[in-house]
Ligand binder design. Structure first.
Ligand SMILES: [Zn+2]
Ligand SMILES: [Zn+2]
Length: 264
């Protein structure tokens, strides 16, 4: 069983799960490590939502669990950092301020909305939305990488759920073909490979009825063709019961494309 490197607890605005329940579940599954990656999205545009972590409390809670469970599992302190083209200096400042074990860089916002919400899709077609998402992700990565203001340049360790938007289309993946966006996807993949950022294989799709993870296996294959080797594996669980879910399917993908799973 791979260690889970993408997990949300009650330190995220959209989870109520206790960190202890997550640790217990990971131990029960035989994981060697569990990496907490709660949400931190600077400049979040949606009113009434606060995807911001109380970092002193977060580190205090995780350090305490880490000591308590040290003989059973290695608890890692990570973050899922929402990247936009205008929040890079806040992201850099955060990475300068705290010593995270692991950082996921993700794109959650396109056109000032989270495509998680049904109203995002009203009056739009999938193809335009998918294209805009990939372009937004590329712009955010360019800003984050190209304008690094950290005292000691820091980066994210992995690129989270590269085709996140597809999860939430009302038509699911019926209108999704990776080939339609391959130029911009290639640019994204080349950029992460050049900057030593791994590609996340995020399994949350499997429990939503899809037969591929995020990103689609066509993107994973392309990553390898372009010279990528390391992937990270995460469930994106917001409840303890989903920790490690779908990891057996990732094992097959990793074998098929001869990839290596990155762990700390
Ligand atoms: Zn995410
Ligand atoms: Zn997540």
């Amino acid at each position: 069983m791979f260690s889970d490197y993408h997990v949300h607890s009650s330190f995220s605005f959209d989870s109520e799960e206790s960190p202890r329940a997550i640790v217990e579940k990971a131990i029960a599954l035989g994981m060697k490590q569990i990496c907490f990656t709660d949400h931190q999205d600077f400049n979040w545009p949606i009113e009434g939502e606060s995807p911001y972590i109380d970092f002193p409390k977060y580190f205090e809670a995780l350090n305490s669990l880490r000591n308590e469970y040290s003989s059973k599992i290695n608890i890692l302190k990570g973050v899922e950092l929402g990247l936009t083209s205008d929040n890079f200096s806040l992201c850099h400042k955060l990475l300068d301020s705290y010593d995270f074990d692991f950082v996921i860089g993700s794109c959650h916002i396109v056109d000032q909305m989270d495509p998680y919400y049904a109203e995002f899709w009203e009056g739009k077609n999938d193809r335009d939305c998918f294209e805009l998402y990939f372009k937004t992700l590329l712009d955010s990565l360019k800003s984050f990488i190209g304008r690094n203001t950290c005292t000691t340049p820091r980066t994210v360790n992995t690129l989270g759920h590269l085709d996140y938007i597809v999860r939430y289309s009302p038509n699911k993946d019926n209108n999704y073909s990776v080939a339609d966006y391959i130029d911009v996807i290639d640019e994204i993949l080349k950029m992460i490979i050049e900057n030593n950022i791994k590609l996340e294989i995020n399994t949350s799709n499997f429990s939503k009825g899809f037969d591929f993870p995020n990103p689609h296996t066509d993107i994973i294959r392309r990553y390898k063709e372009l010279g990528g080797l390391y992937v990270t594996v995460g469930s994106d669980a917001h409840k303890a019961q989903f920790i490690g879910s779908g990891f057996d399917l990732v094992e097959k993908i990793v074998e098929k494309y001869k990839l290596k799973v990155f762990t700390i």
